[in-house]
Design a protein around this ligand. Structure first.
Ligand code: SAH
Ligand code: SF4
Length: 358
């Protein structure tokens, strides 16, 4: 059985013509059922004949991820533990946001907008000292269809209409740029107008800083947004937190960022994980400011999410606010990530661990 979500429209059309001996337009019909109407059962595709429905049912599956657990936070975010076909588990998060829009009568409207955070691998090779996912090591890459499947499933589970604006952040389990081929295929499928039509400008790839892969991604010129998990401003500290810094130091990352093609109106996001007493002093903020000088950057401060056995501590909110205020006063855009879902064991990998224990 094949995951139909692994197929781009073009590939599905070729499959229909060459393997199923069906006309090309049938592939597009199926695509629309799956992505636009959110149907996950071939037998419900009423404009297909029975023979084709049976054939499809025996060849493909649509659901590549099954929810095992879902934890809802009091801020409205929902964290899913998904089981893949081979029994491995990953996590994805739905983050509802409110968009404020002024309508034509000048009235303030509040529209629901969503961000979906997806995983790109089962586990991760990068071994970051603060990360729970790192503890389990690397298991395997997700296929393009398994990445797309997380979004489709969350949209369906929450009855999110096709037209609703959805942003994607590749900030779940795994290092997306260590799975570049499948990642770019997923981005292409997601953006297709006959699929979910999610513009690459609404897709943000977060990376621990694989400079050579950032370069490759840039050369593809997909129009996606980039987020760099920086977390430290000198190589010594960064190396102790993120072993990948040995292969690509801060200078190499900054060089790759400078060369990365990005929409004039957009900025590269620098994620900075605040670890109490490690990298959260004002002198660190000062050094960060110097490092980002001349780059169209925005900083997103993350408060460390403690997990069992972790050696780090979460800084106080006041500490994070002082850090932010310092950067903002110097003209650098800086926000503190709202810890949506902190109360539902947010740091990725923890829901999975909880489930395995029980
Ligand atoms: N591998 C990619 C994307 C997944 S991790 C990356 O590292 O960027 C997404 C973000 O969560 C990263 O910025 C990562 O540093 C951060 N993160 C990891 N463990 C965390 C923890 N315990 N608390 C808060 N953020 C964490
Ligand atoms: Fe991998 Fe990102 Fe966790 Fe580092 S922080 S181990 S790169 S998932």
């Amino acid at each position: 059985m094949k995951n139909i979500l692994d197929f781009s429209l073009n590939e599905l059309e070729n499959y229909f013509i060459n393997e199923l001996k069906e006309p090309k337009f049938r592939a597009k019909q199926v695509f629309e059922w799956i992505y636009k109407k959110g149907v996950n059962d071939f037998s419900a595709m009423t404009n297909l004949n029975n023979a084709l429905k049976n054939n499809l049912q025996n060849t493909f599956y649509i659901d590549s991820v099954e929810p095992v657990k879902c934890q809802q936070s009091n801020d409205g975010s929902k964290k899913y533990l998904f089981k893949l076909k081979d029994g491995k588990c990953i996590e994805s998060v739905l983050l509802p946001m409110k968009d404020e829009i002024i309508d034509e009568n000048g009235k303030l409207m509040r529209h629901k907008r969503y961000t979906i955070c997806v995983s790109s691998q089962v586990g991760c090779k990068m071994g970051c000292a603060f990360c729970y996912t790192a503890k389990g090591g690397f298991v395997r890459n997700l296929s393009a269809g398994e990445i797309v499947g997380q979004i489709l499933k969350i949209k369906r589970e929450n009855a999110i209409a096709y037209e609703r604006r959805v942003n994607i952040v590749y900030m779940g389990m795994g290092e997306p740029l260590d799975n570049l081929e499948n990642l770019t295929k997923a981005i292409e499928i997601l953006k297709h107008n006959d699929a979910l039509a999610i513009s690459p400008r609404r897709q943000t790839i977060s990376t621990s800083g694989l400079a050579s892969q950032i370069k490759k991604l840039g050369e593809l010129d997909l129009g996606v947004l980039l987020a760099i998990s920086l977390h430290a401003v000198n190589d010594e500290l960064r190396q102790s937190l993120m072993p990948i810094n040995k292969a690509y130091n801060i200078a190499a990352i900054m060089q790759a960022v400078r060369e990365f093609p990005i929409d004039m109106r957009k900025r590269v996001m620098f994620e900075y994980l605040l670890l109490g007493g490690v990298n959260d002093r004002i002198c660190d903020a000062k050094a960060l400011l110097g490092l980002l000088n001349g780059i169209k950057a925005k900083v997103n401060l993350i408060l460390f999410n403690p997990h069992e056995g972790s050696e780090f501590r979460r800084p106080s909110l006041k500490n994070a606010q002082d850090f932010r205020d310092f950067l903002q006063a110097k003209g650098l855009t800086c926000t503190i990530r709202q810890s949506k879902g902190l109360d539902i064991s947010a740091a990725c990998g923890q829901l999975k661990a909880q489930n395995e224990k029980s």
